[in-house]
Design a protein around this ligand. Structure first.
Ligand code: SAH
Length: 253
């Protein structure tokens, strides 16, 4: 029978040093690479390795394709950026397994953890995730916009530091602006906000500002936006951007 496998892995945020050795080893075993084209471009592979690049929105068909290849005996690396389990391909693969051919449940499927954007960004600015925090995707491709707003309000109301993935897209340039306006009604204006674009890559751009001054124009599709809580502090420095950290203690309000 086939010795096909599915190796689901994240490439990390960009810097090659932030790709885990386990993910690198998984890539070295793969006969096939499946993923969004620009992510596959970040992978150097031997000439015999078959690349199956696809468009960003085709996650489920991409996942089924990977499972079919593994069923035929291939060793398939399913590649995401950051961590494959955070707004990425790992869930799509399991969704396809649950709804698909029962034979897929017998496949050897392994998930390798990766460094997600929010962890990389947090490390670049200090320790903003040191207290309770959450991650919210602002994309409304897979959920209705009112639900996004409901979750943002609940998280802000409960005092979580929030990491916003997919802050805006070409089709929906207004999403982040609406979220920031909403947050200004719920949180003090001096709460630190971090815009980190292409963190850990050569073109990295990081801006530390406040909720009152946060300008959605600082974000694009490669940006992670971190909005602090009442326990989040910015430590000013003379010749450098402030450190941002969140106190570990918090009070009820
Ligand atoms: N699986 C990925 C997230 C995919 S969703 C992870 O764990 O990081 C895509 C979103 O991730 C982008 O819109 C952006 O918000 C964020 N992102 C990914 N890489 C990033 C980077 N290097 N710097 C800042 N944000 C990044």
């Amino acid at each position: 029978m086939s010795a096909g496998r599915v190796l689901i892995l994240g490439l990390g945020p960009g810097d090659a040093a932030l790709r885990t050795p386990q993910s690198t080893a998984a890539l070295a075993e793969a006969t096939d690479l499946v993923g969004y084209g620009p992510y596959l471009d970040r992978v150097a592979a031997a000439p015999h390795v078959v690349r199956h690049p696809s468009d960003n929105r085709e996650e489920l068909s991409r996942a089924r394709h990977a499972l079919s290849l593994a069923e035929a005996g291939r060793v398939v690396a399913v590649v995401s950026s950051g961590d494959a389990g955070v707004f990425a391909m790992a869930s799509a693969v399991f969704e396809a397994v649950e709804a698909g051919d029962p034979a897929w449940r017998r496949l050897d499927i392994a998930v390798c953890p990766g460094i997600s954007a929010m962890l990389a960004v947090a490390a670049r600015v200090g320790a903003p995730l040191g207290g309770d925090h959450c991650a919210i995707s602002l994309s409304d491709n897979l959920k209705p916009w009112p639900l996004v707003l409901q979750r943002v309000r609940a998280a802000a109301g409960a005092g979580f530091v929030m990491a916003f993935y997919n802050p805006l897209s070409r089709a929906r340039p207004w999403q982040l602006g609406q979220v920031l306006s909403e947050l200004r009604t719920l949180l003090p204006g001096d709460v630190p906000v971090v815009f980190a674009t292409a963190a850990t890559r050569p073109e990295e751009r990081i801006t530390v500002t406040t909720l009152a001054e946060a300008d959605p124009a600082l974000a694009d599709m490669r940006t992670l936006v971190l909005v602090g809580s009442r326990e989040t502090r910015a430590i000013a420095r003379e010749d450098a951007a402030p450190w941002v950290y969140t106190r570990r203690d918090a009070r009820t309000r």
